[in-house]
Design a binder for this molecule. Structure first.
Ligand SMILES: Cc1ncc(COP(=O)(O)O)c(C=O)c1O
Length: 460
């Protein structure tokens, strides 16, 4: 969004917003001397001064350093306790250190971390996943990125097709294949991708979400192994499927002999079986990372019996040697113990009951604040995941969602919230509620947003 578009498109008084930003940055500096000192110390030996360069993408003037996190709260090294609606961008969607997972991890910690062998937990986790998602056969990975990478490799091998199809504006982790966008309707490799040497356009097809005709046309040559999709786009801001979209899309995908992989890593916010199960979509394969181990690094991917048979045949018929699938620590004993606890004791219908009801109240509160300030913004929700977007009606595809992103404005709002004791995701305006989030936390967020908006919106 350009500087000129901003006031009319967002309803803001931009000079006032700039003054607010300067104040908030000064306030953050003053309140975080220990974080500042640690950020300065880390600069010498950590690339970009942080463990992962994205950690500089928060709206803070320097990296906030955490002392500890528990339930719905994060306490920083300067002693501020923040109400956390970011929740590790979904890794902690069931709260920080959920007690059953913490206990399972503590138990396992003296019984070995990794042996390249299964424990009893593996069988239990397989059964739990099958029951929950309705897909019978499962494998593991260390991250959702890896799970996506492996399922795509399996499906290419099983189908003998090289191409995959993704939706414009998608994100499925750092699996390279998906970094293809539509720019003015034409596919281009995302130019932010570092060190990429293969031309992704040879093997990745990209279409807009909610465009059935484009999907049909893109699959017509019968050379696409799979559609890799989030059932609701969540990474370019949220984009909901139009009513009936997936039922129709699924028929098209099947007609072309293509397989459907649902990446439920974020949309597990919908309910215990994810968005697909709740909506009666029957994907051939499903990926889930982030919260599946209660925040302990691990991920899973599952598939139908029919697909599993094809996958097993592909492996049997391949020459012996490295498959390109798996890492040494995949399925390690610690991760399996964490997943068992998360699946059996944490990601429960009762937990979802609380989260979904509270998220409804959050969405209603946000709509009320936005209306009160007369802003042309909307609120989108997928279960426990809620987002406000800088447009009056929700975007229908990646291009529309991309046009309304405004990193500068997002950071300004996020910093204003942080200084008022509330943390939301640094990318767009996403908020999650967890089982430990309370009505008071939601009221705190709404109040903080109200206060920040009062300072940056145009006065009548
Ligand atoms: C839908 C989706 N899939 C996969 C991933 C990758 O997860 P990870 O970074 O844990 O590998 C993400 C990360 O944000 C995601 O949003």
């Amino acid at each position: 969004m350009t500087q000129e578009q901003r006031p009319t498109r967002t309803g803001l008084d931009w000079p006032r917003a700039q003054t607010f930003l300067a104040q908030e940055r000064a306030r953050f500096h003053e309140a975080h001397p220990r974080s500042a000192a640690l950020a300065a110390r880390a600069r010498d030996h950590l690339l970009f001064g942080v463990p992962l360069h994205w950690m500089n993408d928060w709206g803070t003037p320097f990296a906030l350093h955490v002392d500890h996190a528990s339930g719905a709260q994060v306490t920083d090294v300067d002693g501020h306790t923040l109400t956390d609606f970011c929740l590790g961008d979904t890794g902690a969607m069931f709260g920080h250190s959920p007690a059953p997972v913490a206990a399972a991890v503590a138990r396992q910690a003296t019984r070995g971390f990794t042996t390249m062998l299964a424990t009893e937990d593996a069988a239990v986790v397989g059964e739990q996943l099958a029951q929950r998602f309705g897909l019978p056969v499962w494998q593991f990975a260390m991250s959702a990125t890896d799970a996506n990478r492996y399922i795509v490799r399996w499906l290419r091998a099983a189908t003998g097709r090289k191409k995959i199809l993704v939706f414009n504006g998608c994100y499925h982790g750092t699996i390279e294949d998906v970094f293809v966008d539509l720019v003015d309707g034409r596919p281009v490799q995302r130019d932010s991708l570092l060190g990429q040497v293969h031309n992704l356009l040879d093997t990745t097809v990209v279409v807009e979400f909610n465009d059935l005709a484009a999907l049909d046309a893109a699959l017509a040559d019968g050379d696409v192994a799979c559609v890799l999709a989030e059932p609701v786009m969540t990474n370019i801001g949220m984009v909901l499927p139009e009513p009936g979209y997936w039922a129709e899309a699924q028929q098209i995908i099947r007609r072309h002999g293509t397989l459907l992989v649902m990446d439920e890593t974020h949309t597990i916010s919908t309910g215990p079986g994810g968005y697909a199960r709740a909506q009666g979509i029957a994907p051939d394969a499903l990926v889930l990372g982030k919260p599946v181990g209660g925040g302990v690094p691990c991920a899973v991917y599952g598939m139908s019996a029919e697909l599993a048979a094809r996958v097993e045949r592909a492996k049997r018929e391949a020459p012996p040697g490295h498959s390109g699938i798996g890492t040494t620590l995949t399925g390690n004993m610690l991760a399996m113990a964490a997943m068992r606890a998360a699946l059996t004791e944490v990601m429960t219908p009762a937990a979802y009951g609380h989260m979904l009801a509270l998220a409804q109240r959050l969405a209603a509160g946000l709509r009320e604040v936005i209306a009160r300030h007369g802003l042309p913004w909307c609120v989108t929700q997928v279960g426990a995941r809620t987002e406000f977007q800088f447009c009056p009606t929700p975007p229908r595809n990646g291009s529309e969602a991309d046009r309304i992103l405004d990193g500068e404005l997002e950071h300004l709002i996020h910093l204003g919230l942080l200084n008022r004791g509330v943390m939301i995701t640094p990318f767009h305006n996403m908020m999650l509620v967890c089982p430990q989030t309370t009505d008071e936390h939601v009221a705190q967020l709404i109040g903080a947003l109200d206060e920040a908006l009062t300072q940056i919106t145009q006065k009548a």
